[in-house]
Design a protein around this ligand. Structure first.
Ligand code: GDP
Ligand code: MG
Length: 162
């Protein structure tokens, strides 16, 4: 059985786009509309002779009766139970979100390894992602799911931890 790597993060940060980028096929639905990914999608990734399952966790549905903070905690707790490594994806264009520190605490407390991925760094020279150092969750990894910037470095980091 292959190790499982799960993408977690708020809606619209680009988890599905990153899934498609890393799996190399357009399997996940990328949408402007938050909460589009309802089911979990699994894709097999091979890199440097290592293989793993990548999971695009979804199920975050915009529901005014359930605060997003509660929803994302549920998503992260479920992923902690299922995955060997978690990729906490944030949006570098938005910057640090109030819920990010709480998610990092949850991940840290779980004892599961995780990486902090700053997506939407479309320009490799951009310093937008520096503010994620504030979360004290290790070096944020800047990537662009849209144009592929640093996706190889991210895959190196992932396979080193499996
Ligand atoms: P998810 O809800 O986290 O799965 O996010 P999606 O993958 O559906 O993407 C949400 C929106 O962000 C879509 O409009 C994507 O085109 C956009 N997006 C995703 N990745 C990038 C990126 O690297 N750069 C830019 N500029 N936009 C992105
Ligand atoms: Mg999605």
């Amino acid at each position: 059985s292959l190790p499982v790597v799960a993408l977690v993060g708020r809606p619209n940060v680009g988890k599905s786009q990153l899934f498609n980028r890393l799996v190399g096929q357009h399997q996940a639905i990328v949408s402007e509309e938050a909460g589009t990914t309802r089911d979990r999608h699994f894709g097999r990734v091979e890199w440097n002779g290592r293989s793993f399952w990548l999971v695009d966790t979804g199920g975050l549905v915009e529901d005014s009766t359930v605060p997003m903070d509660v929803e994302i905690r549920k998503q992260v707790v479920q992923a902690i139970g299922e995955a060997d490594l978690l990729l906490f994806v944030a949006d570098a264009r938005v910057g640090v979100h109030p819920s990010d520190a709480r998610v990092v605490d949850l991940l840290r407390g779980s004892g599961k390894p995780f990486l902090l991925v700053a997506n939407k760094v479309d320009n490799p020279q951009s310093s937008d992602f520096y503010e994620f150092y504030r979360l004290n969750a290790g070096d944020p990894i800047p990537v662009s799911a849209a144009n592929g910037t640093n996706s190889g470095d991210l895959l190196d980091e992932i396979t080193q931890r499996l």
